[in-house]
Design a binder for this molecule. Structure first.
Ligand code: NAD
Ligand code: MG
Length: 363
């Protein structure tokens, strides 16, 4: 088992990574505040892993209330949140009840926000079961739900007490979802960890094939990167650098997601195409070479990800991008690559640079 720490003073917590952790009854008890637990999952993940988790909790004498929600991003909403509160109240769960999220990022975000708000806050454990949630959403304390007017528009920072990433759960994950998670894994290498990027270039085939050891290493290294960034900028308030750097490819990606309608492209797929755009724009600013851009494109392609955006029309892209949060003084503020392995936030790119990039990167 691999173990690392998210260093946030009194809110610090460990991340455990390995195979078959769900079955291991020793992992959880030190992090439970009382004898009651509510497990929040969905109709896809619960049939696969809930029984194993329940058996583990039973072994340590914990009483469990399972709460099973419908599956999908469209259920990351107020109704599902309310269904969680209803179930907690019906079961007379008190402030000592620990909420456990068993599922992907949708369940993690929902359960985390429920934990942040139920009776003014109860302890929370993340058991992420998608690669994306194991390397990204389960770490860092961002929780929340979508509003009809925008994704993740309502939420709270609420750190978990523990994150358990069991690599065995990835065996049932559809290949497309695994690839989507790899987009965020590659992101850490590009943004701040060149040696990891080189490791990914040597080991991408093992990752795509679902090799347990390779996945555990990639998850650990990704979480280590995210944990360092979060430890220095917990609430994303840093003016330069900080958590915002983890948005490489995301402003372009959000334009793809909004332009195509949410659900057509997976988030990781949109980020992959967006990352190629960010690399291409970095080349236009003179920071990357054409060979660097090819390097980025090749690695994403080997991860089974799209490397061209859909033809939305460059002007429409720009409109969607300007609706994104990161506009300052009329110029788009973007995360770009100063070199492979080093990202910066910058407003250097002109409208013309961005339009030319969009035209070059969409087919
Ligand atoms: P998801 O939770 O929708 O999971 C993807 C699909 O895989 C779902 O159908 C799910 O039921 C299924 N699934 C999950 N685990 C499985 C398994 N082991 N085997 C088979 N199927 C499984 O999507 P996601 O990509 O995990 O997360 C996306 C969400 O995460 C978005 O809502 C996004 O906003 C959020 N997010 C949050 C943060 C954060 O910091 N809080 C960061 C990134 C993303
Ligand atoms: Mg992302």
């Amino acid at each position: 088992m691999r173990r690392l720490n998210v260093a946030l003073a009194e809110r610090s917590y460990p991340i455990l990574i390995g195979s078959d952790l769900l079955q291991n009854a020793e992992n959880l008890p030190p992090y439970l505040q009382g004898p009651r637990v509510a497990v929040i999952s969905n109709t896809t993940v619960a049939p696969l892993y809930l029984d194993t988790l329940l058996a583990t909790l039973e072994k340590v004498g914990v009483g469990v209330t399972p709460i099973i929600l419908p599956d999908g991003e469209k259920f990351k909403n107020w109704e599902s949140l309310n269904a969680i509160y209803d179930a907690l109240l019906a079961a007379r769960c008190d402030r000592g009840t620990t909420l456990i999220a068993l599922g992907g990022g949708v369940i993690g975000d929902l359960a985390g926000f429920a934990a942040a708000t139920y009776q003014r806050g109860v302890p929370f454990i993340q058991i992420p079961t998608t690669l994306l949630s194991q390397v990204d959403s389960s770490v860092g304390g961002k929780t929340g739900i979508n509003h009809p007017r925008g994704k993740n528009m309502v939420g709270a920072f609420w750190q978990p007490k523990l994150v358990v990433a069991d690599t065995l759960t990835l065996r049932s994950l559809p290949a497309r979802e695994l690839s989507a998670g790899l987009a965020e894994v590659i992101k850490y290498g590009l943004v701040r960890d060149l040696p990891f990027l080189e490791w990914l270039e040597s080991n991408m085939d093992r990752l795509v094939a679902g090799d347990d050891e390779a996945l555990a290493y990639a998850i650990e290294r990704s979480c280590r990167n995210k944990a360092e960034v979060v430890a220095n900028d917990e609430f994303e308030t840093a003016k330069e650098g900080g958590r915002a750097l983890l948005n490489l490819g995301h402003t372009f990606g959000h334009a793809i997601e909004s332009g195509m309608g949410y659900g057509h492209w997976l988030h990781g797929e949109a980020v992959a195409a967006g990352t190629v755009m960010a690399a291409e724009l970095s080349r236009r600013l003179g920071w990357l070479s054409a060979a660097d851009v090819d390097r980025v494109r090749n690695l994403l392609q080997r991860a089974g990800l799209p490397v061209c955006g859909p033809m939305l029309g460059a002007e429409r892209y720009l409109e969607f991008m300007s609706n994104d949060k990161k506009v300052s003084a009329g110029r788009l503020r973007l995360v770009l690559l100063q070199s492979i392995g080093t990202a910066v936030t910058t407003s250097d790119a002109t409208r013309e640079d961005i339009l030319a990039t969009l035209t070059a990167c969409c087919h």
